[in-house]
Design a protein around this ligand. Structure first.
Ligand SMILES: *Cc1c(COP(=O)(O)O)cnc(C)c1O
Length: 390
């Protein structure tokens, strides 16, 4: 497996880079689960109950990531737990299967809605979506749900989540929210509780890369429970969700990581990121410019102080949270003279041992310190100093 790693990750939380690292507490809980056997159907029910209590939401269930949660949520809306329908999926011919999405909300993970047999129907156009557009689309009896990516809420002239809910819920159409990375500040996790189903990814709260959960309406969570990998051998229906399998270690790790996240000293966590970013900046004194800033989960580079009018999307919580917390820093931004120089310094860092992976943003290198482990900031500093000197 030479070449795969270990690497120094200065890009942030990415599935391709392993997600995040489990804390010693989470790792210990997973190790403990590994030592004995458990009844997985009950473990899934009970971890879901534990999460619903932690968050004070009606119901929840661990899933193998937010992608699987989206896929199974759509399947749950299509079947409502009906065994015969569940067995047919992803073949949804002849049954209602339309998943409404606003045109400006088209994004990569919409793909996951189609895995269960959902057919995406775009509403509105590239300029936006009106209430009349959505009301008209909701009118058809082939519609099963609306998929709303939380991080795109309010983009362009789209309908906000509250607009969507006000139209969909009265006609009985559930709204699924992809809130995959809306886990910070922690109270954002439940900011979407007005929706019918909300999907989160564990990678963003330092849970396992293969973990996540969905919370919301008890009847729909129950339908997801019937569609997931449990009770395939022991139950009556051969359901497609069997392929979305989870280890007991991942179920436990997801639950314990969330528990830890909710009581974590986040100010201290951010302080650590800032300290590392400052160390890296100090090492870049020979660069054209160097300063601390923020690399958001929406992959935007924010140079602080934030411009007064910096509101890229109206309801982008990760940025909203930053604006609430002046001095929030998780990145070192190093400016070079040209695109070529940025590419070549990044190339030298990647070629070093261990490889250092950072973000190239035009003429700048961005080092996201959220995933820089303790001590690695010194290695980055040393290699960066050497890389700039050439
Ligand atoms: C990472 C991510 C997902 C997928 O989550 P997994 O837990 O990796 O399946 C879905 N939506 C968004 C916006 C994400 O960032």
């Amino acid at each position: 497996m030479a070449g795969a790693g270990p690497i120094i990750n200065a890009r942030g939380i990415y599935t391709d880079l392993g997600g995040s690292c489990l804390s010693p507490t989470v790792w210990a809980a997973a190790a403990q689960a590994n030592e004995r056997f458990y009844q997985l159907p009950m473990l899934l029910d009970q971890s879901g109950l534990a999460i619903s209590r932690m968050l004070d939401v009606p119901a929840a269930r661990v899933t193998p990531g937010a992608s699987a949660a989206i896929s199974m949520a759509v399947g749950a809306c299509m079947t409502g737990g009906d065994g015969q329908l569940m067995e047919r999926l992803p073949d949804s011919n002849g049954m209602p299967s339309e998943v409404l999405m606003q045109t400006l909300h088209r994004y990569k993970y919409a793909r996951c809605a189609r895995l269960s047999g959902g057919r995406i129907h775009e509403v509105g156009n590239g300029f936006g979506t009106s209430r009349a557009d959505l009301a008209e689309a909701l009118h058809h009896d082939r519609v099963v749900c609306v998929l709303h990516p939380a991080h795109l809420d309010g983009v362009g002239n789209t309908l906000t989540l509250s607009d969507v809910l006000s139209l969909a819920q009265p006609v009985g159409i559930p709204v699924i929210v992809d809130a995959a990375y809306m886990s910070y500040p922690p109270h954002w996790i439940t900011a979407y509780r007005v929706a019918d189903l909300v999907c989160l990814s564990a990678k963003y709260f330092w849970g396992p890369n293969s973990g996540g959960f969905v919370y919301g309406r008890p009847d729909l969570i129950d339908a997801i429970a019937r569609i997931d990998f449990t009770r395939f051998e022991s139950g009556p229906d051969l359901i497609f969700g069997r392929a979305y399998k989870l280890d007991r270690t991942s179920v436990v790790a997801t639950t314990v990581a969330l528990e830890e996240w909710l009581v974590m000293d986040h100010a201290k966590r951010w302080q650590g990121y800032m300290h590392k970013a400052e160390r890296i900046c100090a090492a870049a004194s020979t660069a054209t410019g160097a300063g601390t800033g923020c690399f958001t989960l929406g992959e935007q580079v924010v140079r602080q102080p934030l411009p007064q009018n910096f509101v890229p999307y109206r309801h982008l919580p990760s940025v909203a949270a930053l604006c609430e917390t002046p001095g929030t820093v998780n990145a070192a931004i190093v400016d070079l003279d040209s695109y070529d120089e940025a590419q070549s310094v990044a190339g030298r860092l990647t070629a070093s041992e261990p490889p250092i992976l950072c973000i190239v943003d035009g003429v700048s290198l961005v080092f996201c310190t959220e995933t820089v482990l303790d001590g690695e900031e010194e290695i980055i500093s040393e290699r960066l100093r050497a890389g700039l000197a050439r």
